[in-house]
Write a protein that binds this ligand. Structure first.
Ligand code: THG
Length: 369
C-alpha cells in the first residue's frame, strides 16, 4: 500500500540525522517539515524501560525556534498567548498555549526569554512563524521574526544530570526545572535548559550552529558511555502515561486550552490582552463540555492509533481516543482521549472501538497515569 516515507529537500534533515542513521534509526516522523527519529534497534517497550532507568540522546531538532526580537517583542508574544508573561525573567522557560480569535489552539510551544526584547518559541507541529509574521505585519509592530540556526538535542532520563555534569561541569546541576543557563562547547556559548518531552528528567541543548551538530552528539555519546546511554526519541508509552500532549494529535484548532488541561496557564481576567480572550472568557463562564483524560483498556496489544477511535457508553459516542499504546508496566493499553461532560470521572467504564474492528472494555483515568 505504501512505499515508506519518500525523502526530499522539503523534509529537512537535522544536524544530527547522520548520527541517528549511524546509530541505526529505523524510521522517522515529520514535524515542522523536519525529520524526527521514531525508533532505533530496540522496541518501544525496551526503549521505555531504558528511558526510565538510564539516559538517552534524542534528535529533537524538529522543535524549531521562532525568534521574535525588537522593541515590540514582548507585546507581540503576550498578544499570542493567554499565559501572563509579564513576570517572566531572562532565563525562564514557559509552556504557553497559542490561541486564535476563537481560542482555538494554534500551537503549544515552550517560550524562552533570552533578553527583555528577544524570545524563542520552541514550537510543536504547526507553522507558527507564518502566523506571527502575519500578526506583526498586520499590526505594524516593530519586530524581526525568523527561524534561527538552532537545533535542540535532548538528553533525557534519570542519569541525564550525571552525563551533563561530567561533560559541561557541576554548575549544570544548579539549573532549575524550566530554567536555562549557558555552557561552553568548542569555544562557543550554548544554551542548556532543564526540560524535555519526558517525565524522567533531563536537559535540552539548543545548539546554535548546525555544523557543530555531529560533534555535540559525539561528545554526549562519549560522556554517556559510563551511564549506559542509548539513542532514543520521544517515547509513546512514557508520554501517554505522563500526560504529555502532542499538537495535531490531542489538540488542534478545534480545541481550547481549558479542555486540554491548560487552564493553569490561562489568565481569564482583564489584566492582560491577548487574541481570543473574549472567546476564552465565554467558554470559562459557560463551563467546558469535554476534557482531556486518560483511558486504560484491555484486549491485548492495540494497533497504532492513526485516526481517532470512538469512545462509547451505552451505545452512544461520548468521546474519542487520539493516542494509544500498549504499556508493559500496566499490562494494559494506555491512551489519551477527549471525553464529554458526564463521562470524565476517574473510574468511569467505557468501551473503545479500535480500528481493527474490536471493541475493548476500559475505564477513564486521571492524568498522569
Ligand atoms: N521541548 C522543547 N520544545 C518543544 C517541546 C519540548 N516544542 C514542542 C512540544 N515539546 C511542546 N509541548 C510540550 C508539552 C509539555 C511540556 C513541554 C512542551 C512540559 N510542560 C511542563 C509540565 O507539564 O510539567 C510545564 C512547565 C511549565 O510550568 O511551564 O514539559 O519538549 N524545547
Amino acid at each position: 500500500m505504501t512505499d515508506g516515507l519518500n525523502f526530499s529537500r522539503r523534509l529537512r534533515r537535522t544536524p544530527y540525522t547522520g548520527r541517528a542513521e549511524a546509530a541505526g534509526v529505523r524510521g522517522f516522523s515529520v514535524v515542522n517539515h523536519m525529520l524526527l527519529p521514531k525508533a532505533y534497534a530496540r522496541s518501544v517497550e525496551e526503549d521505555y524501560w531504558h528511558l526510565r532507568e538510564h539516559v538517552q540522546i534524542w534528535d529533537v531538532a524538529c522543535q524549531r525556534q521562532v525568534q521574535i526580537e525588537g522593541p515590540d517583542a514582548t507585546r507581540l508574544v503576550q498578544w499570542m498567548t493567554p499565559r501572563d508573561i509579564g513576570r517572566a525573567k531572562v532565563g525562564d522557560c514557559l509552556y504557553v498555549p497559542i490561541t486564535d480569535e476563537s481560542s482555538g489552539l494554534i500551537n503549544d510551544p515552550v517560550l524562552l526569554k533570552l533578553a527583555e526584547d528577544r524570545f524563542w518559541l520552541s514550537i510543536a507541529d504547526s507553522d507558527l512563524l507564518l502566523y506571527a509574521k502575519g500578526l506583526a505585519i498586520g499590526r505594524g509592530m516593530n519586530v524581526r521574526i525568523e527561524e534561527p540556526d538552532v537545533s535542540p538535542l535532548a538528553v533525557q532520563g534519570p542519569k541525564a544530570e550525571a552525563v551533563m555534569a561530567d561533560l559541561f561541569g557541576e554548575h549544570i546541576r544548579e539549573i532549575g526545572f524550566f530554567k536555562f543557563a549557558w555552557v561552553e562547547f568548542k569555544g562557543t556559548r550554548q544554551l542548556i535548559a532543564r526540560s524535555g518531552y519526558s517525565r524522567q528528567g533531563g536537559f535540552e541543548i539548543y545548539l546554535q550552529g548546525a555544523h557543530f551538530g555531529p560533534a555535540l552528539w559525539d561528545a554526549i555519546w562519549e560522556a554517556g558511555q559510563l551511564y549506559d546511554i542509548a539513542p532514543g526519541c520521544p517515547n509513546l508509552i512514557e508520554r501517554i502515561e505522563g500526560g504529555l500532549l502532542s499538537y495535531g494529535n490531542e489538540m488542534t484548532r478545534e480545541n481550547n486550552p481549558l479542555e486540554i488541561g491548560l487552564s493553569k496557564y490561562c489568565t481569564l481576567d482583564e489584566s492582560i490582552e491577548y487574541i481570543g480572550r473574549d472567546a476564552l472568557q465565554r467558554i470559562a463562564a459557560q463551563g467546558i463540555t469535554r476534557k482531556i483524560r486518560g483511558v486504560v483498556f484491555d484486549g491485548g496489544r492495540c494497533p497504532t492509533c492513526a485516526e481517532p477511535w470512538p469512545l462509547m457508553s451505552d451505545g452512544r459516542q461520548i468521546g474519542q481516543i487520539t493516542s494509544a499504546v500498549w504499556s508493559p508496566r500496566r499490562d494494559a493499553n494506555v491512551s489519551l482521549a477527549m471525553v464529554n461532560h458526564g463521562f470524565w470521572d476517574h473510574g468511569q467504564m467505557i468501551t473503545v472501538q479500535v480500528s481493527d474492528g474490536s471493541h475493548r472494555n476500559g475505564w477513564i483515568a486521571n492524568l498522569p497515569m
